[in-house]
Design a protein around this ligand. Structure first.
Ligand code: ATP
Ligand code: MG
Length: 281
């Protein structure tokens, strides 16, 4: 869904703007990791964030989700300024996964998802300690919701397995289920297919489409260009902290500066991926 020109000042943009980040800048000492980056995401959109290693993609996510307080710039969510505090960000409706998986390894898959859900339950400390009827009802609901989400991401059969015993691809899906448990409007995925084989990567694509179809917006960081160009409605390419280009997959893929940026970065084979990826029509 894209924003059209037919927007009145009082009505929200078509599809409604969910996230509006403007002029986001993050400086670490002498390093400008993110420099004046803008990003708008509307309801039902899948937006890709690409760029060579060290381009500032994860740092930008950290600024959006309150893990870092940006040096300057503003993040608005659902029409309101968003304070850079992870707890408030989650409550507002933005959830994320991490490039380096962050699960509770000694808890089951189900328990990991239940943890994600607790930000939406109302039982306070006293109710929890006393384990009264309200607590027991909420706990039952939380468990049922967590199981439903595990099924949604394809992990329904391993709900009682310890997170640390799950294969890598399943751990990534479990992180997504935990993020979904917070009832987000927007989910940010940091390299959701890293370490996955081609079949798992295709499944991850299907899952992200399914998440979008359930009414969420998605921003996804990935180095796998085929995955990005086939999945996303729009792609933003960062290079050395700055936005190089933002456009449709076809526009970004054919921009010589993008290929140059990857070749210039010299790292892995990302440059070949940019040229080889087949873009959806
Ligand atoms: N907490 C920090 N303190 C200092 N420098 C940092 C910090 N976090 C990130 N950086 C630096 O900011 C730059 C951007 O890093 P970032 O992790 O955002 O890149 P990235 O685009 O996510 O890269 P990759 O594709 O490798 O994950 C890098 O030079 C990195 O070393
Ligand atoms: Mg990163």
């Amino acid at each position: 869904m894209t924003v059209t020109d037919e927007v009145t000042p009082t009505a929200p943009a078509v599809g409604g703007v969910v996230l509006e980040a403007s002029g986001v800048t993050m400086r670490f000492g002498g390093l400008l990791a993110v420099n004046n980056v803008n990003l708008t995401v509307s309801e039902g959109e899948i937006v890709g964030l690409i760029g060579p290693n060290g381009a500032g993609k994860t740092t930008f996510f950290n600024c959006l989700t309150g893990l870092y307080k940006p040096t300057s710039g503003q993040v608005r969510f659902a029409g309101k300024p968003l304070a850079p505090k992870p707890r408030l960000v989650v409550r507002a409706g933005m959830a994320r996964t991490f490039q380096n998986i962050r699960l509770f390894g000694n808890m089951t898959a189900l328990e990991n998802v239940m943890v994600g859900r607790y930000c939406r339950t109302s039982s306070g400390a006293i109710t929890s300690i006393l384990r009264g009827p309200k607590f027991r009802r909420e706990e039952r609901e939380t468990r049922a919701k967590a199981q439903e989400l595990l099924e949604f991401v394809g992990l329904g059969k391993v709900s009682e397995h310890l997170a640390r015993n799950l294969p890598y691809g399943d751990q990534r899906r479990l992180e997504i289920a935990r993020a979904l448990a917070t009832d987000p409007k927007l989910i940010l995925l940091d390299e959701p297919t890293a370490g996955m084989n081609p079949q798992e990567t295709r499944q991850a694509s299907d899952l992200i489409f399914k998440i979008r179809d359930s009414g969420l917006s998605v921003v996804v960081i990935e180095h796998d260009m085929r995955f990005i160009f086939n999945l996303c409605d729009r792609v933003l390419c960062l290079v050395r902290g700055e936005a190089l280009i933002e456009g449709t997959p076809a526009e970004v893929q054919s921009d010589p500066r993008v290929i140059e940026a990857y070749i210039g970065a010299g790292g892995d084979d990302d440059d070949d991926d940019v040229q080889d990826a087949e873009v959806k029509s």
